[in-house]
Design a protein around this ligand. Structure first.
Ligand code: GAL
Length: 680
């Protein structure tokens, strides 16, 4: 199987989406000249080219693409060639409306934008696979080809009749017999029993709350239906290419629509698009924290280096107010991705469009042209990346795992729960943020993963856990592992059936809790006082310990005097439970205490606030996320790969500055280790 090393060939990939069909052949030549000037070595071509490649059913128009790929190759620029199947041409929807998706209300989602396809439509699949086959036959052996890029940001949903038929087939395979389905869905409730497979439909708009297990299965089904589209195209392109060409599809960041663990297992290379909001700065570091979380997740999905397939050179166009990236920010966030495992830095897009819905989205080459400051920044970054060539293929050190899973997310964010304020990705982000802020590097892990290589495992909130996951967690702690477990975890089984006793008995045994009797969610903005002087928000619970020690208790309200945060020794290990969402400083302190007890150390103890420190491939990346210069004390002398300067006792980072430090004086730019560093 091909991997990312085949694509990078020892140099970070640098480039972006390139849409030559929007431009003339004269401009293509200018593009090539400027790409070379900027150090671009990868262009993602063809993402939305279907209507140009197949202007009418069955027609083929490849001449322009032949020329573009040859031009790129002559300039020694590699190509990530995309199958164009994310955006079918209008003729497909006009002639075959059954290929268009329908929403929960049966309303058609029309052409005129993009992504208007029903993943279950046999006709959509047939046309998509035909154009994919012809593309792969023609370019599978093109010397410029480095990566196959399938579709773009899969994530559509469809509730149409064809999807209903497909859903039924999927359900038959999952349950085999209807009694098993009725049991799993709990259809004795509200007279929902199904008497024949034909009665089953996607959870369309109904009079009141849809069946939760049906909603959950529909999420699983939708992810699987899209995955079938991906694997079919993947197999076609792989069959027509040499073995060293990896296949990927670009994920949306922390996206709920696809089961990311299942999807990543089907890819040669995992890639993602990251668009943090540059409007948030030092006071609210949600931008870089988001980037760090998505990077950590993608690295964990990839089990190693990954591709940043898209980011913005400056402003996007999809927020209410779209601020550009201030001087230094594009470089800082790019190098953050490299620090956290990326082997490619690509952008949407190379040249800013003059027409269409994204004409106000920034690009590597903006409307202002090659003399702009924005293009200068791109050129500077391209030049700098040569010095980091040695990091490709190397791993990131992480001693902590954060458990994360999609079905648990899907199930806990449904209506009819104890609180509509519960927002799974926000809770995950809050916990990750608390670790990130103190440079405790973490991987994300599937709840059933082998956790034995991690010193500490944290579970921000996993409402739904399988038996295997619960057994694995118990074994991990029994064998000496340390866990910190957040509220509303282990409540349901994979059918969304509440576990006996309200929270799984195995988990309660690990946590040393007799019962978690009632959930006491808090209203938006409401807080509850805790007896250590801090507060909790979002949630609280009525716990009764059986062996666990209350470290912090509620100090007000109905639960006053009852335990809020507990600690329990189980086997050789320790299990902490957190029944509310502690205020950020308290969550940080709690995780710091737990990490210290577990022997998991921050990357650079004593690093000043605002400085991110990550180790990758034997190098220490220091990133200043503030607008002020910061001096970072070093424990041993280092030299900076980016500047070549030695640093004996400390290093000064300018506003949004970055240092990539090697503990021994560098002889050249390619001295860092190429060994993987996974804790696993
Ligand atoms: C991505 C997409 C690109 C472009 C970009 C704009 O989600 O893949 O095609 O639309 O967003 O930020």
């Amino acid at each position: 199987m091909a991997g990312l090393n085949d694509a990078t060939r020892g140099r970070l990939l640098f480039g972006g989406d390139y849409n030559p069909e929007q431009w003339t052949p004269e401009i293509w030549r200018e593009d090539i000249r400027l790409m070379k000037e900027a150090g671009v070595n990868l262009a993602t071509v063809g993402v939305f080219s279907w209507a140009t490649l197949e202007p009418r059913p069955g027609a083929r128009n490849f001449g322009w693409l032949d020329e573009v790929l040859d031009l790129l190759h002559d300039a020694r620029i590699g190509v990530a060639l995309a199958t164009p199947t994310a955006s079918p041409p209008p003729w497909l929807g006009a002639r075959h409306p059954e290929t268009l998706p329908q929403d929960e209300n049966g309303a058609t989602v029309w052409y005129g934008a993009r992504n208007q396809f029903c993943a279950s439509s046999p006709l959509y699949r047939e046309y998509a696979q035909r154009i994919t086959t012809d593309l792969a036959r023609r370019y599978g052996h093109h010397p410029a080809l480095r990566v196959w890029h399938i579709n773009n940001e899969y994530g559509t949903h469809c509730w149409c009749d064809e999807s209903a038929r497909h859903f039924r087939r999927w359900l038959r395979e999952r349950y085999q017999d209807l009694d098993a389905l009725n049991d799993a869905w709990g259809t004795a409730f509200w007279s929902q029993r199904y008497d024949s497979w034909e009665e089953l439909i996607p959870p369309r708009r109904a009079q009141y709350l849809n069946n939760p297990a049906q909603l959950l299965d529909f999420r699983r089904f939708t992810s699987d239906a899209l995955l079938e589209c991906f694997t079919a195209e993947r197999d076609i392109v792989a069959a027509h290419s040499p073995s060293g060409i990896p296949v990927t599809t670009n994920f949306m960041p922390l996206f709920s629509g696809l089961d990311g663990w299942r999807w990543a297992a089907e890819e040669d290379v995992v890639s993602v698009d990251i668009y943090p909001d540059p409007a948030v700065g030092r006071e609210n570091p949600a931008g870089p924290a988001h980037g760090a979380l998505v990077a950590d997740l993608t690295r964990s999905q990839a089990r190693g280096p990954w591709m940043l397939m898209e980011q913005a050179a400056s402003a996007v166009n999809f927020r209410g107010v779209n601020k550009p990236k201030g001087e230094g920010l594009m470089r800082l966030w790019s190098l953050q991705a490299v620090a956290r495992g990326a082997d490619s830095l690509c952008f949407f897009q190379w040249r800013a469009s003059r027409q269409g819905s994204e004409k106000f989205h920034s690009a590597m080459l903006p409307h202002a042209g090659e003399t702009s400051r924005a293009f200068r920044r791109i050129r500077d970054l391209g030049a700098e990346l040569d010095r980091l060539a040695g990091v490709t293929g190397t791993g990131v050190s992480a001693e902590i795992a954060i458990l994360h899973d999609w079905p648990a997310w899907w199930a806990s964010n449904q209506p009819g729960r104890p609180s509509a304020e519960l927002d799974y990705p926000a809770i995950l982000a809050a916990w990750h943020h608390a670790l990130w802020q103190q440079n405790l590097t973490a991987d994300l892990a599937h709840p059933e993963a082998d956790l034995s290589g991690y010193k500490m495992v944290v579970i921000p909130q996993l409402y739904l856990l399988s038996d295997a996951a619960l057994d694995g967690l118990a074994a991990y702690v029994r064998g000496g592992g340390h866990i910190v477990c957040g509220f509303f975890t282990g409540v349901a089984d994979p059918d969304d059936r509440i576990r006996e006793g309200g929270t799984d008995a195995r988990l309660r045994a690990v946590l040393g809790l007799a019962t978690i009797e009632e959930w006491w969610p808090l209203a938006a903005g409401e807080t509850v006082a805790l007896d250590d002087g801090t507060t909790g928000s979002l949630w609280s619970e009525d716990l009764t310990p059986a062996g666990a020690r209350a470290e912090v208790s509620y100090a007000a309200g109905e639960l006053s005097g009852r335990p809020a945060l507990t600690r329990h020794t189980y086997g050789e290990g320790t299990a902490r439970y957190v029944s509310t969402l502690p205020e950020p400083a308290a969550l940080r302190a709690l995780l710091a205490r737990a990490a210290e007890a577990a022997g998991a150390a921050p990357t650079l103890p004593g690093a000043p606030e605002g400085v991110e420190a990550v180790r990758r491939g034997g190098l220490l990346f220091l990133l200043n996320h503030t607008r002020e210069p910061i001096t970072v004390p070093l424990h041993v002398p280092h030299s900076d790969l980016l500047t070549g300067h030695p640093h004996a006792a400390d290093v000064r980072l300018e506003r949004y500055g970055v240092a990539v430090l090697s503990p021994t004086p560098t002889q050249g730019s390619r001295t860092c280790s190429t060994q993987g560093e996974h804790a696993r």
